[in-house]
Design a protein around this ligand. Structure first.
Ligand code: UFG
Length: 329
């Protein structure tokens, strides 16, 4: 039976991936240092607690298990923090990824799926953003992810490592079965913050700026359901393992539909009203570094890998996240 290593499998995206992989019959080993992940979230895999900086641990892990592929979700991912502490981002996201790639090369593990980000594009020159769009990141977080994209091209040329980078737009929602969900500390993402305001874990939600050049003046983003995001990873890994795809590939991953902050708030209001809940909204200033509109053109991954999102509807994404939030109030 195929055995997959999921690095960062105790985090938000990684834990959903571990569940999806194990449901499809894979044996999953999770490597996570639990700095931002949760032991319990990794329950669908075999958890090894450890850090990618620990090369001796990596060596032992790859000696003990024969992995058919590796998925890498472990990264620091706060844009603001990356500006304050770039060293953390280059060490965690670049240097530690090199440790992982080198151990893969030493053990002839040739299939790698990498969590990249829309932040590699920087301020968009046009939307929707396709794979041809110039990549000019405007913060160390985006730069660190772009560096790995580049490294993967060189590792393919030098070592025959096949990889797929998936550039996420706004990962959101929760496990439709209600077992897993989103929990960051600090939480900075829009949907969980609005839901906390609806659940009384927060007093209100602040809208970061209403003076953007968009229809209602608030920022527009492309929210993709976590299950759809994970199904893209599974397809990408399958394509590499079967040999349908080779090289260092990259796809943009979103629904291709933009929603403004105000539209998200409206949708949350509709969902939580069913439970008699309301929301308090406050006005705030723009948050530094937020582009007005980020929407993915994901036609390439649909065409190349046959990916089809199942949960494209915003209210569906929010309902799943709300069900989980209610269970954790
Ligand atoms: N927002 C608010 N109020 C809040 C939180 C967010 O108005 O309390 C707004 C933001 O200004 C933004 C939108 O809601 O316009 C979405 O913000 P998120 O923080 O949820 O998501 P981002 O679009 O900023 O971030 C995502 C990923 C990052 C990635 C970034 C750029 O989560 O990892 O896209 O690609 F770096």
């Amino acid at each position: 039976m195929s055995k997959i290593l999921v690095v960062g499998g105790a985090g938000y995206i990684g834990s959903h991936m571990v569940k999806q992989l194990s449901k499809s019959g894979r044996i999953v080993v999770v490597l996570d240092n639990l700095t931002t992940g949760f032991r319990d979230a990794a329950r669908n895999g075999q958890l090894v607690i450890g850090d990618l900086a620990d090369t001796a641990l990596l060596e032992r892990l790859f000696k003990e298990h024969e992995f058919s592929g590796v998925m890498h979700f472990a990264a620091a991912s706060l844009v603001g923090e990356s500006v304050q502490d770039p060293g953390k981002y280059y060490r965690n996201n670049v240097s530690n990824t090199l440790n992982l790639l080198d151990v893969m090369v030493r053990h002839c593990v040739k299939h790698f799926i990498f969590s990249s980000t829309a932040a590699t594009f920087g301020e968009p020159e046009y939307v929707p953003i396709d794979e041809q769009h110039p990549q000019r990141p405007i913060n160390p977080y985006g730069a660190s992810k772009l560096m790995v994209e580049r490294i993967l091209q060189d590792y393919h040329a030098a070592h025959g490592l096949n990889s797929v980078c998936l550039r996420y737009f706004n990962a959101s929602g929760a496990d439709p079965e209600g077992e897993l969900g989103e929990c960051h500390d600090p939480e900075t993402h829009l949907i969980p913050l609005i839901l906390r305001a609806a659940s009384e874990r927060r007093e209100y939600i602040t809208v970061f700026g209403r003076d953007y050049p968009t229809e209602d003046g608030t920022c527009v983003r492309d929210y993709i359901h976590i299950e759809d995001l994970c199904s893209a990873h599974a397809l990408a890994l399958d394509a590499l393992v079967k040999g349908d795809k080779q090289g260092a590939l990259a796809y943009n991953l979103g629904n291709g539909q933009g929603y403004s902050v105000q539209q998200v708030i409206n949708a949350v209001e509709r969902v939580v009203a069913k439970d008699g809940r309301t929301l308090k909204v406050e006005e705030g200033r723009r948050r530094a570094g937020d582009p007005a509109i980020l929407v993915a053109d994901s036609r390439l991954i649909r065409y190349d890998l046959g990916w089809e999102p199942q949960y494209g509807d915003l209210e569906c994404i929010i309902s799943h996240a709300w069900a989980w939030e209610k269970g954790n109030e």
